[in-house]
Write a protein that binds this ligand. Sequence first.
Ligand code: C2E
Ligand code: MG
Ligand code: MG
Ligand code: MG
Length: 289
Amino acid sequence: SAKAEGKGRSQIFHAQMDTEYHYRQRLKADLRQAVVGGQLHLAFQPLVDLETRKVVTCEALARWTHPEFGPVPPAVFIPLAEEMGLISQITAWVLHKAVEECARWSWPVAVGVNVSARDFRGIDLPVLVDLALERSGLPPDRLEIEVTETAVIEERDRARSVLKALADRGTAIALDDFGTGYSSLSYLSALPFTKLKIDRSFVADISVNPRALRLLSNVARLGRDLDLKVVAEGVETEAQLDAIATQTSVQQVQGYFFSRPLSAKDIAELIERFNGTGTSQATTKRING
Ligand code: C2E
Ligand code: MG
Ligand code: MG
Ligand code: MG
């Protein structure tokens, strides 16, 4: 009967929830140890300039390999870290590790670091950035801080002062996942962003849906009008790349088409391969500019 079926379904649902709950509890219990015990590492994904076809930035992405469960995605453990008050420690670690790797690259490619809403309160981000840059010898314009709309809205006043302090140092400030949050737009001019990363949901359909392409094109134009570097995220196919290159004013692309996030060793090789060949004058061109 429908009733029995409903009951069966709800039992399955509860069993799933139970498993999910215990999984999360386990992850929470283990995350603290993972942070101090070196179970985290970084992956790097390139952002490619469309004009020069060179790598201009690599985004650092946190990875956790759980000893029992294997890889745990950041979409799972970053929110847990935020809940547990561990995010500042992770951000500090990512920042140091990211600039350390960046300083080793054979071309003056920048490195992107994601920060959370809580990082606007939990730590003195500008001081942390100064320390990391000083230690690595990296100039401030080789670092890009990525922040989401949601983070900016949650901590509006703190975000404003922290981002301004970072921008004053010459560090790039990227608005990440643009278009997925509240999109109130007013903060686009109120905060010192230098880069707009348009979320991959705006890219997904562009090669099959002309309206999706026009939407991306107009969002890109909005960014260009505000003197922002405009990036399209989640470019997976050549058809998407071609549409972006020929029909939008997007300047940089990121996505699986060029490369998945790679290990520190592999990204160094990719940069060498991408930027070290050809006769493009991009190699001498200032990045972030
Ligand atoms: P994000 O900052 O927007 O990073 C881009 C995400 O999109 C990455 O997922 C990347 O692997 C994925 N991606 C890149 N190209 C493609 C593509 O062509 N197709 C698809 N489907 N996906 C693509 P990842 O590494 O799983 O990270 C997810 C999110 O977790 C990040 O989104 C960021 O918000 C957060 N995150 C990652 N590392 C950190 C960190 O160190 N600190 C903080 N606060 N957040 C982090
Ligand atoms: Mg990001
Ligand atoms: Mg993003
Ligand atoms: Mg994203």
